[in-house]
Design a binder for this molecule. Structure first.
Ligand code: ADP
Ligand code: MG
Length: 832
């Protein structure tokens, strides 16, 4: 039964009945599908195969039930639910390759071919206008819009894919599925309405038959075609009422010589009005005149060892391959080179940092460490304990630490940071901890106050904030330390005089721990003896901020902390200069947040629920929708929402408002009021996102939840998982999009921030996920940051090259060095 579509459908139906638990067949659906494909002998282009290919590496099993549901539905659809007569055999019947009419055409066209144009003069940096075609018909601005200004740009404008013109088929030889190409005459063409969609429809024919061609949603195509015209069309073959039809094919101009003279014809990214034939001819001209001038940047040893093509060959072959394998090999060479630049930069940075040596050896005596651990109001998790050991081991060595501490929201990173800072103080050096916002910097100060002053957990009435007390810093006396610990807060909103006082104290070494924001990075701040720098919520800081902090006095140890999980590929690239420690566990006794997707009709319930919690003396957050356009518009929307809630929804409760346009003083005042329970509900834009700790808040309502990424939603949710009290998160959304609803429902059941991040990354890709600017990620032309294997290969190669030639000074490394510097200089990380 495994080989029949009927059997497949039964299994899928059962799987659906069993609510996508992967229990319909023994051994799981993945194994069943493979077996089915083998026994039915379906081709890789069969729709069932396509669905199988679309599964992630872990297969069906690795999917969330909501995703599984879609896969099962899709399979049922393509397995022809209710169309049992469409058998597998029929679909792939045509195994024989019909004689393509290509050869005949080639000879006639070849006879017409003109003599090649004379070579253009110029060099790789010449403008594209050295080619007459680039100037014709207003092409220049169009090329410019496609990012093509110079000859080099043309050579490096790589195809996104290829048409296979060896495969030109007679109409009778077309088979269901895969993309195929025909050359035929248009017999009729018109615009049609298919249901509510408009489309262009043509009937085309050759000696062997006719076929219907449809361009869904592109009625204007009808204007490009006339009956009697000869066209080359490449597209997928679908079926309607069991008759084949070609769907949304690309139309190739028969003026384009390349489709008759080459087997694989490149398809380029283009812009409005710039024809493929134009790009192809320009690229061809660029290759003929200039490909040989592309410099080889890789040393011969690297080429040989990794079996890579030479640069000029790769440039030719990627545009004009003789086989798809050749195209792949060319692409591999170009991708390898890009990743090698990245890895050389990363490995070099790591070495420079480590070789700078001379980091202070910092040590916390076992007694002091135990005293610290004992004094905490809770027992450390095993993860925290291990993290502290790793950090202290790093700091006990003169090679400067560069460690990334990665842990879900609320996993307790701060106590690890505090241990690092204590070790520093115990060794007579200074420590700094930098947070992305003033609220968080103050919160750290508060945490340290309670951690280091055991028994005096709650700070004084209005908190020990320096600017209020008028003092430069506060002194704490942990019993396990031989000396008092002097802590100072340095943020941008300090009064100039207070700021100066704190800066001077830091410079004189009278501050042991400086807590602050970017203000700590300013030139006017210099430490007497900086031992360790801790950077919290690292994804808000770029590489350069890291180095700036490092430069504040000798070579301190650096500990970076983040709640954003780092996938392996990024750990090897963007974060490739860091060692990584992960806090896998959460402190015990914190129930996962109950999360609900709330469609508009259930809104009222969510608000009522929030009210009952407030009646129980709890607090709530209401997060306003993300407005990407500008902070000003976002703030305005938040103010409106706040007014509405205050007057209509909760007139009897105490509401506060927080948005990005408020001065930091106003923000702090509101946060403080919320923390001290002078407010019941905090209405906020996404500024509340990172790290804020108000354990009494147990409900969070997120409006327009579909606009946020999964990781960000998880960050929000972390706000109400700060105690043993059950937290609740309501994801309000009016979205009609199935994808968006699916994402929100994933939030209901997926608890781990790491899983959500992987999911997010899968859905949005690394660029979107981290934001290229934020991540310090260079733009890659060819390489993909998801190719772990190649990343690892180039990492090894980079290590080998730098072992041999640390400064890349050898003559064969000069161009390599220039490229590494170019790509790393261009990267200017963003500070948000
Ligand atoms: P994050 O990793 O998000 O920065 P924090 O360091 O702010 O998390 O810790 C979150 C809360 O959990 C704090 O209130 C902290 O005191 C508490 N906490 C940390 N470690 C533990 C633990 N092992 N057991 C119980 N509570 C803990
Ligand atoms: Mg934190």
């Amino acid at each position: 039964m495994t080989g029949s579509l009927d059997g497949l459908r039964k299994v899928l139906a059962l799987e659906r009945e069993r609510r996508f638990s992967d229990s319909a067949v023994v051994g799981g659906l993945d194994a069943f599908l493979l077996n089915f494909a083998r026994e039915a002998g379906i081709s890789t282009s069969h729709p069932v195969s396509r669905v199988m290919q679309s599964l992630p590496p872990g297969g069906y099993r690795a999917l969330h039930p909501i995703q599984r549901e879609r896969v099962v539905n899709e399979l049922l659809r393509v397995a022809g639910n209710g169309a049992p007569h469409l058998t597998v055999v029929e679909i792939t019947a045509d195994e024989e390759e019909p004689e393509a009419p290509r050869k005949a055409v080639t000879t006639t066209q070849a006879a017409q071919r003109k003599t090649p144009p004379p070579k253009a003069v110029g060099n790789l940096d010449s403008p594209v206008s050295v080619f007459p075609l680039a100037k014709a018909r207003g092409n220049l601005p169009k090329l410019e819009r496609a990012g093509i200004r110079t000859v080099r740009d043309l050579l490096f404008h790589f195809p996104k894919r290829y048409h296979d013109y060896s495969e030109v088929r007679p109409i009778a030889g077309l088979t269901y599925g895969d993309e195929q190409t025909v050359i035929a005459h248009v017999q009729s063409v018109k615009q049609v309405a298919l249901g509510r969609r408009r489309a262009a429809e043509a009937i085309i024919g050759d000696e062997t038959g006719t076929i219907r061609v449809l361009w869904f949603g592109q009625p204007w195509v009808a204007q490009r075609l006339r009956s009697g015209m000869k066209v080359a069309l490449s597209g997928k073959i679908g079926a309607f009422r069991n008759r084949m039809q070609m769907e949304n094919p690309e139309i190739e101009s028969l003026d384009d010589e390349s489709i008759f003279t080459r087997r694989f014809v490149p398809v380029y990214r283009s812009t409005e009005g710039l024809a493929q034939v134009t790009i192809r001819n320009l690229v061809k001209a660029a290759i003929d005149s200039f490909a040989d001038r592309v410099l080889e940047t890789l040393p011969e040893a690297v080429l040989d060892f990794n079996d890579l093509m030479e640069a000029p060959v790769a440039i030719r072959k990627i545009h004009s391959p003789d086989s798809l394998e050749e195209a792949d090999a060319a692409r591999r060479r170009l991708a390898f080179e890009e990743l090698l630049w990245i890895e050389l930069g990363v490995v070099r940075r790591r070495r420079e940092w480590q070789d700078s040596g001379g980091a202070p050896v910092l040590d916390l005596s076992p007694e002091a460490l135990e005293g610290y651990v004992e004094s905490l109001p809770f027992a450390l998790t095993a993860s925290q304990r291990r993290a502290i050991d790793e950090v202290l081991a790093d700091m006990g060595d003169s090679t400067p630490m560069t460690r990334l501490l990665e842990g879900d929201v609320g996993s307790g990173k701060t106590v690890v940071a505090a241990a690092a800072l204590l070790a520093t103080v115990a060794s007579g050096k200074q420590g700094a901890i930098m947070a992305p916002t003033e609220i968080l910097a103050e919160q750290h100060l508060r945490t340290f106050t309670s951690i280091l002053n055991p028994g005096d957990a709650a700070p004084a009435e209005d908190g020990p904030w320096f600017q209020e007390s008028g003092e430069g810093f506060i002194v704490m006396r942990p019993p396990y330390m031989s000396e008092p610990v002097r802590v100072a807060l340095l943020t941008g909103s300090l009064k100039a005089s207070a700021k100066a006082a704190v800066q001077e104290a830091i410079a004189r070494g009278e501050v042991d721990i400086a807590v602050g924001t970017h203000a700590l990075l300013q030139e006017s701040v210099s430490f007497k003896a900086l031992g360790v720098a801790v950077i919290d919520e690292q994804h808000r800081f770029g590489v350069e901020q890291r180095s700036a902090l490092r430069e504040k006095g000798g070579s301190p140890h650096v500990l970076v902390m983040t709640a954003t999980p780092i996938p392996r590929t990024l750990a090897l690239t963007v974060y490739g200069d860091l060692d990584i420690t992960v806090l896998r566990e959460m402190p015990p006794g914190r129930p996962p947040v109950k999360t609900f997707f709330v469609p508009p009709r259930r809104r009222e319930e969510a608000f009522r629920f929030a009210r009952t919690k407030v009646d129980e003396r709890r607090q709530a957050y209401i997060i306003c929708p993300l407005v990407e356009e500008s902070e000003a518009i976002e703030a305005k929307a938040a103010v409106q929402e706040y007014e509405r809630l205050k007057h209509e929804e909760f007139p009897d409760l105490r509401l506060g408002l927080l948005h990005g346009r408020m001065s930091s003083g106003e923000k702090e005042a509101t946060m403080r009021a919320f923390r001290d329970h002078e407010l019941d509900i905090l209405v906020s834009t996404s500024v509340v996102e990172v790290g804020v700790d108000v354990p009494n808040a147990t409900v969070i309502l997120i409006e327009g939840a579909d606009r946020f990424g999964l990781s960000q939603l998880h960050q929000f949710r972390g706000r109400v998982r700060r105690s043993e009290e059950q937290g609740y998160c309501f994801l309000l959304s009016e979205t009609q999009s199935e994808d968006a609803m699916e994402r929100l429902m994933i939030m209901e059941t997926m608890e781990s921030g790491f899983d959500l991040a992987e999911e997010d990354l899968r859905i949005r890709g690394p660029g979107e996920y981290f934001g290229t600017r934020q991540s310090g990620l260079p733009d890659l032309k060819v390489a993909s940051l998801t190719d772990v294997e190649m990343i690892e290969e180039t990492r090894r190669e980079a290590t080998r090259i730098l072992d041999e030639d640390p400064e890349l000074e050898a003559p064969e490394h000069i161009t390599l060095r220039a490229n590494v510097n170019r790509i790393w200089d261009r990267v200017t990380p963003d500070v948000s």
